[in-house]
Design a protein. Structure first.
Lengths: 290, 327
């Protein structure tokens, strides 16, 4: 019989990771919901953001949390430019082309990182890296708690932007009916690029919250990309609530899977969930039946 | 797209290609060039295998390493732990890779997965197999498997690169013949009909499920042969090489750069990419990852500007010339 004292910290740890997963997946689901494209470069873009946070800490001495106002706008700009200059021009009206172009972008980003930073895994040291906080019978690392809270706040900000602002209204209009939105005077290409930019800005925030308790190497993104897709598919493509719940769920599944099956085999659970959901319930757990 | 040429002209062209490469191989002395020919043919095989399902069937796989890795592991394990002769192991590797193709195809196509979702599911399967290969005992885990050196034709190990070139040339010719068959046979016509419009194909009596299943098995079989070839040449396999993204990317980029759904496109694409990769190596030295940067950039540029690949360059340029391109 498993002790509560082992299970509880594991679930708690899973929830903290899951919140960051949710933030990453929110960016992906926003891009999917508006542009109806699958951004395969999402993981690689997260890796770029992580290196940004890393360099700001190591070279300039800026704390990861204080780097938020630099990294988030920078990732937004990167997303805006990528969408306008590359992705939008390459689609030729076919989804597969977008998938291929974003695959190409992710290959370029990952291997440029490999050339510049070598394949070493890097971490940063902060005063609070080893601080832990007791919650019930569990000791949770402070950076993980901050990541949990930060990811939830960032998610709330994102939902607020989409639900309450003029930009959000334009985004939702374009997502629902692109031609109608165009007739109402909305600049569709601009909204596309804004959505892509916001999607990548989520990664900027995720990177700032992630790095103090995590690491970065050139391949770090590919681990996240399938996880993020799993969450998005699980929650229903384009659904914000689904991405949030799916993220927390996957975080817990990964943590418990690691506990029962060991580190490497535990990850299989995520991919099996992914395959099963795609096959049997492609509209997701929370999505409406198509 | 121009109408496919007659089967006899395909056969003549394939025979001419085989003779040319064979003669060049006999004449060549330099190890560097022999190596280039071998690796270009190997890349061609990967791209052709991908092309059968992706180009002719319209099903884009991001995880073709799944079949490559399976072929490679079967080849290594059958001879090392099963004591099977490497030639027999080769047949087994091809058969098991095709069977894995049938399995993944049966699951994905039965539930109607297509487009981006099919791409993601193949990638997920490749990841599952990679983690399994890391975790179970008989694959040697992360350490990998080292096939003992026993030179001899009976052992499928050659003293000279020329032997391996003959082997991989045989695979490439077989793949060209299979592709030519896809162009001219009833099955191939069904497959292309499913690619272009699945509902219309069903309406005229084509069974899309069985057609796609046939294509993924065929494609998987050739990927399996490539995996077995890799093991025989390099005598080593590990989970990252077998199921990692590198092989999947190489197969896909070669076919797309050369021209999907064409007979010679994968050869053009693979050869062009290898030439380009060698040139960059000469320019930048042995930077790890530089080839992949080149592949990625070429992939983006081709999808942006030459969606029909090198083989369809003429048609793409004519279209731009006439200004009839729509986005």
């Amino acid at each position: 019989m498993l002790e509560f004292g082992i299970l509880f910290p594991s679930v708690l740890n899973g929830l903290t990771t899951g919140a960051v997963y949710a933030l990453i997946a929110l960016g992906l689901t926003l891009i999917y919901g508006v542009l109806h494209i699958i951004n395969f470069a999402h993981g690689a873009a997260l890796m770029v953001a992580l290196y940004g946070v890393y360099l700001l800490k190591e070279r300039v001495g800026i704390d990861p949390y204080l780097a938020l106002p630099i990294v988030v706008p920078a990732m937004f700009a990167l997303g805006y430019l990528l969408q306008r200059a590359v992705i939008n021009r390459a689609s030729h009206g076919r989804d597969e082309n977008i998938l291929l172009v974003t695959l190409g972008l992710s290959i370029v980003m990952e291997n440029l990182a490999l050339i510049v930073f070598k394949s070493d895994t890097r971490t940063i040291d902060t005063a609070y890296t080893l601080t832990t906080v007791p919650i019930g019978p569990a000791m949770i690392a402070l950076p993980k708690l901050v990541a949990f809270a930060g990811a939830l706040v960032a998610s709330a900000v994102l939902v607020w932007i989409v639900e309450r602002t003029d930009l959000g209204r334009a985004i939702r209009a374009v997502a629902k009916e692109k031609h109608g939105a165009k007739l109402m005077g909305i600049d569709v290409d601009h909204v596309y690029a804004m959505s892509f930019g916001i999607g990548l800005a989520c990664l900027g925030a995720a990177a700032c919250f992630l790095l103090p308790a995590y690491y970065v190497n050139p391949q770090v993104g590919s681990g996240f990309v399938l996880v993020a897709f799993t969450i998005v598919v699980l929650g229903g493509m384009g659904s914000f609530a689904g991405a949030l719940l799916g993220g927390l769920l996957i975080g817990v599944v990964e943590s418990l899977g690691g506990l029962f099956l060991g580190e490497s085999l535990g990850q299989i659970g995520i991919f099996l969930i992914f395959i099963a959901v795609l096959l049997f319930r492609p509209q997701g757990l929370f999505g409406a039946r198509a | 797209m121009s109408a496919p040429r007659s089967p006899t002209r395909d056969l003549a062209a394939i025979a001419a290609f085989a003779t040319l490469v064979g003669a060049a191989t006999l004449w060549l002395d330099s190890g560097v060039w022999l190596n280039f020919v071998m690796m270009a043919l190997y890349a061609t095989l990967l791209a052709q295998a991908w092309n059968m399902l992706g180009g002719y069937g319209g099903q884009f796989s991001f995880g073709h390493a799944l079949f490559f890795g399976t072929g490679a592991y079967v080849q290594a394990i059958a001879q090392m732990q099963g004591g099977v002769n490497p030639w027999a192991a080769l047949a087994l590797a091809v058969a098991v890779a095709a069977a894995v193709g049938l399995f993944v195809g049966a699951l994905s196509f039965r539930y109607g997965l297509k487009g981006s979702y099919f791409a993601l599911v193949t990638l997920a399967f490749a990841e599952v197999f990679r983690i399994l290969a890391l975790s179970v005992g008989f694959t040697g885990g992360g350490v990998g498997l080292m096939v003992p050196l026993q030179e001899g034709v009976a052992n499928l190990q050659f003293a000279s690169r020329k032997g391996y070139i003959a082997l991989v040339l045989g695979f490439v010719v077989a793949a060209l013949l299979a592709t030519s068959w896809l162009r001219h046979s009833r099955f191939g016509a069904s497959l292309q009909a499913v690619r272009d419009n699945e509902d219309a194909a069903r309406a005229v009596g084509v069974d899309p499920y069985r057609t796609k299943l046939g294509a993924i098995a065929l494609s998987g079989a050739f990927m399996g042969a490539a995996g077995a070839f890799y093991v025989q040449v390099f005598q080593y396999i590990d989970p990252a090489i077998a199921y990692g993204p590198h092989v999947s990317v190489e197969a896909l980029v070669g076919a797309i750069v050369g021209g999907m759904g064409t007979l010679w496109g994968p050869l053009l694409g693979a050869a062009a990419l290898h030439l380009l990769a060698d040139l960059t190596r000469n320019l930048f030295g042995q930077l790890p990852g530089i080839n992949m940067v080149v592949y990625g950039v070429v992939l983006v540029l081709i999808v942006m500007f030459l969606p029909r690949g090198i083989a369809g360059m003429g048609a793409s340029v004519r279209e731009v010339w006439r200004g009839r391109r729509d986005g």
